[in-house]
Design a protein around this ligand. Sequence first.
Ligand code: 15L
Length: 266
Amino acid sequence: MRVLVTGAAGSLGRVVTVGLAGLGHDVVGLDLVPAPEGTPFPWHEADCADGDAVEAVFASLSTGGSLDAVVHLAGVPDEASLPDELTSHVITTAALLDAMVAHRVHRIVYASSNHAVGRTPRADGDLTEHALPRPDTYYGVAKVAAEALLQLFADRHGIDAVACRIGSFLDRPASVRGLSTWLSYDDGVRMVEAALTAPAPGFAVLYGISANTRGWWDLEPGRRLGYEPQDDAEDFADEVEPGPDDEAEAEFAGGPFTLPRFHRPA
Ligand code: 15L
């Protein structure tokens, strides 16, 4: 597949672009910043929040062969002001979806986040795809709204849109919470590959974590799309130091983002 990956220079993007290229996909990178030296695939420098710039990228790509899908990973990965979060996650997603409709690109894989449902209490049981929107931050609010846009474009235009509610994408788990929320690099690539190639998912949600022994987010929605995680954070359990917030972080899906230090004016 010919796949445009936004945020290609970011922490997710650097891993996913290489992984998808290794699986034989024809990757095109898009980021605010220039391509890292030695990048072996085409690269566009543009701000995904700028609809005209995004349209220009799609227009230039349509002359070099058709684009099959977008993997939208660009965005601020942390809590910021509400306007900044909305621009970073909602405006960018809208610009890409508009360009997809205009250029007949039918699939998007979106780096959503557990923080869209981060205020869901652990005491409610396992976190399923049926969890209601329950953001823990403005970051989470923006992810909820971006998912709503995907649903809208799936309904209006028949776009296949997979929202991957990613946990903690790191080379290894970094906290006690991470022993349940970790997504390994290899599983991250498996997740995106499954979301790109699942037959006709329509709008779908999956939880992007590895097969963690301590996981409590439902892996079935991902498995239905062909995402079979292979790694387990438990293999690193001996290396993880306990932290002062472990107990508080265990109360809600969103862990640290639910703590008072994240409260701020919109
Ligand atoms: C995310 O979505 C964030 O981008 C990242 O900074 C972490 O907070 C991660 O979730 C997580 O929940 O560990």
